[in-house]
Write a protein that binds this ligand. Structure first.
Ligand code: BG6
Length: 497
């Protein structure tokens, strides 16, 4: 039995370009679907600004409602930027101009690993359509970032696709709804695997594939179950072929899939709730089942039938998915939730977001705080796949109150991480889970994906910026910065305050 975390355990932190990078119109970058998303709040949904074929400007919900009449964007529509609207992704917290400073801070914390995503339209402004040349300035930017990481012995963990589709692909191929997007994605993969083969050894194909839906996430005009699952099928094929390419170009690299997998409990032992919870969970596990095992699981028949979905596969798709499974399963864990038969959801949540659990505390945004659920999830997944796991997102979004120097005494965050690391350690030492690493979400404050707010903060580093994008962008270490530094230095042994 292991007594502690493995020596090469990858402690670090996680970010994504559309919430962190900024520089949306710099360095030759093309527009992406995320560039048209407004800010919002817990009770004001984020919107997408679009222009219809006839020139009419309007807005649609970023998160589809489940009603095709409301959710569907007519053909010929394009995203557009309204000068009077604030778009949080445009500058985000400006990693684009602060990467040296930020990586130095990660280095000071002792990070072994830094998760970031590539902005696809920075590499190929039109997404990599046939004959398109890559954008050298974009490629150089990430090369500089990775070289900076190397200075501090930080391994980059690179997500190839995180919540943004090149706008050109959305307009011309209906995003992931069109098969052409598979080839475009693979051109981008080939380019970056080749360019960064000596700098990046850890890759993730598609972030939280189970929660993707609609234009903002997949570039599709429709958000119906049929279009969603057809687009996901294209992603499965693309992801498998990206695995193949990665192994051919970088033989010593590891490439994983990524699913949102916070666990689900049945409300009680009523058999319908217990089985219902298991079946609801399949709404998330179907993704890792396909990408880790290499085939659509037997239960997918009834899953698709109930939704009236028929997946159109090309000859050879099943063989591709089978031949090139993921090396590891990366997942996000934030909050457990509860299943019971009365749950009514008007849109597919990818097997996430059941009801609230009365036995655990919640954050200000109503997210359950459940460290034991992390051990539960790790055990569930390792028992199922027996392949390495990687916790690539975990954390607590809160309102931080800095003092006059910008210092935040975030004992609540330390407590949150401490409790989760205790359970994570039990999973490794007692349950025998093969865990590669731990990269808490938003290791430096960044824009919230759900609400577009800045005040929902996750970081060990405070960034001076508000919900409208005002602020100096000054970076200040929070109390949790030194605490996490000590945790990393002792390989998770010293968790004291
Ligand atoms: C995950 C995403 O869903 O959760 C991140 O991969 C996101 O992009 C994170 O930021 C936390 O959610 P939120 O809405 O608090 O930013």
């Amino acid at each position: 039995m292991k007594k502690t975390f493995p020596e090469n355990f990858l402690w670090g932190g996680a970010t994504a370009a559309n919430q962190y990078e900024g520089g949306y119109n710099e360095g030759g970058r093309g527009l992406a679907t995320s560039d048209f998303i407004t800010n919002g709040s817990a009770d004001r949904p984020r919107k997408i600004t679009i222009r219809l074929k006839d020139g009419t400007k309007t807005m649609v919900n970023r998160r589809p409602t489940g009603d095709p009449k409301i959710d569907t964007i007519p053909e010929g529509t394009s995203g557009y930027i309204d000068e009077n609207v604030y778009y949080p992704s445009h500058n985000a917290v400006d990693f684009y101009h602060h990467y040296k400073e930020d990586i130095a801070l990660f280095g000071e914390m002792g990070f072994k690993c830094f998760r970031l995503s590539l902005s696809w339209s920075r590499i190929f402004p039109k997404g990599g359509i046939e004959g398109e040349q890559p954008n050298e300035e974009g490629l150089k930017f990430y090369e500089d970032v990775f070289k900076e990481c190397k200075k501090y012995n930080i391994e980059p963990l690179v997500t190839l696709y995180h919540f943004e589709t090149p706008a050109y692909l959305a307009e011309h191929f209906n995003g992931w709804g069109g098969r052409e997007t598979i080839d475009c994605f693979l051109r981008m993969c080939k380019e970056v695997f080749t360019r960064y083969k000596d700098l990046v050894k850890y890759w993730i194909t598609i972030n939280e594939i189970n929660v993707l839906n609609g234009y903002a996430f997949m570039g599709t005009r429709e958000a119906t179950a049929q279009v969603r699952y057809q687009a996901k099928h294209h992603m499965f094929v693309a992801s498998a072929l990206a695995n193949k390419l990665c192994h051919e170009i970088i033989p010593d690299a590891k490439i994983g899939c990524m699913v949102a997998l916070s666990c689900i409990y049945p409300k009680d032992c009523k058999p319908e709730n217990a089985f219902g919870a298991l079946d609801y969970r399949r709404g998330a596990l179907i993704y890792s089942d396909i990408m880790m095992r290499g085939y659509y699981p037997s239960y997918s028949g009834h899953f698709f039938e109930e939704m009236g979905v028929t997946i159109k596969k090309e000859p050879g798709d099943d063989e591709i998915i089978k031949a090139y499974p993921s090396d590891f399963l990366a997942f996000s864990y934030y909050r457990s939730s509860v299943y019971h038969t009365e749950i009514v959801q008007n849109t597919d949540t990818g097997g996430q977001m059941g009801d609230v659990n009365p036995f655990v505390e919640k954050t200000e945004w109503g997210w359950a705080i459940d460290p034991v659920g992390l051990r539960y999830t790790l055990s569930e997944l390792y028992d199922r796949y027996q392949k390495p796991l990687f916790i690539v997102e975990n954390g607590m979004g809160t309102i931080d109150k800095p003092d006059e120097n910008g210092y935040v005494e975030d004992d609540y965050r330390i407590q949150y991480f401490r409790d989760h690391i205790v359970e994570m350690k039990k999973a490794v030492t007692l349950d025998g889970v093969d865990l590669m690493g731990y990269t808490p979400w938003g290791c430096i404050d960044l824009v919230s994906a759900g609400t577009g707010e800045m005040k929902k903060r996750y970081g060990f580093i405070y960034v001076d910026m508000d919900d409208e994008g005002n602020g100096t962008l000054k970076r200040t270490k929070k109390k949790s910065f030194d605490w996490y530094k000590k945790v990393i230095a002792t390989n998770g042994e010293d968790l004291s305050f």
